[in-house]
Write a protein that binds this ligand. Structure first.
Ligand code: 1GP
Length: 238
């Protein structure tokens, strides 16, 4: 297992922060001291070098691991611990699988710190989310189809991460369960619509890593409750 895979392996709970959204110092402090395992910085729109670097410098007052999800080349800021590169598996638009990646490598090839890079096989499942619109993802998948995409990532492509992305909506746990049963080697990330402890527990039982985003900006106290909920939940043995 490469070093970065090992680095993220213990992550059970992750807060995802969007550089394009405001978060006060008190809220950021509570998030960073919450006991979460890592901060993932990312967003679908509005990412710039300035707002990403600004958020990173605030985060660096804490000892938490920081990952950048690189979806906008201009916002690829140095100084993160790990760089996560999404590949959207369920899109007909090859730009989101290979195209942007090819252009990035053409432009920055020799500067890319490959030893710090991990690829995420994204399966985008909320058709009303910005990421689904942006990537033109085919989000209306049966559980079997979602699991087949996960097997492509896990078994054909050998990707370190499979990311079930319901961004903005709590997912269908039957779909998550079927995906869980299909993934053997990749680390399974679940993200989407977690607004409190009960949802966090359900997602934690069926995935390796639970990502909590939106609720941070709506109700930070609720967001904080998800940390212990995830940590106390054992993964279901399939
Ligand atoms: C978004 O998966 C994350 O990329 C988390 O989703 O914002 O709905 O919590 P929410």
């Amino acid at each position: 297992m490469n070093e970065m895979r090992q680095f993220i392996q213990p992550w059970r709970h992750v807060f995802k922060l969007d550089p394009d959204r405001e978060l006060g110092d008190r809220e950021l402090d509570a998030i960073c001291r919450s006991g979460t395992d890592a901060i993932l910085v990312g967003g679908s729109t509005g990412l710039t070098y300035e707002n990403t670097a600004g958020l990173l410098s605030r985060l660096r007052s804490y000892e938490l691991p920081c990952a950048l999800e690189v979806s906008e080349l201009e916002a690829a800021v140095p100084g993160f611990d790990v760089y996560m590169i999404p590949m959207v598996l369920n899109t007909p638009d090859t730009d989101w699988i290979l195209g942007h990646h090819r252009r990035a490598i053409e432009r920055f090839g020799s500067l890319i710190p490959w030893e710090m890079v991990l690829t995420e096989g994204y399966i985008v499942l909320n058709e009303d989310s910005s990421v689904a619109r942006l990537t033109n993802a085919d989000s209306r998948l049966s559980a079997r189809a979602a699991a087949a995409y996960a097997e492509i990532a896990d078994k054909l492509m050998g990707l370190p991460v499979v990311y079930l992305e319901y961004s903005g909506m709590f997912g269908d746990m039957d779909v998550v369960r079927e995906v869980r049963e299909s993934v053997e080697h990749s680390q399974l990330f679940y993200g989407g619509g977690i607004t409190g402890a009960a949802e966090a527990e359900q997602a934690a039982a069926l995935s390796d890593t639970v990502v909590v985003g939106n609720i941070i900006y709506r109700d930070v106290q609720q967001a904080l409750l998800t940390v212990q909920a995830v940590k106390k939940t054992l993964k279901t043995t399939i």
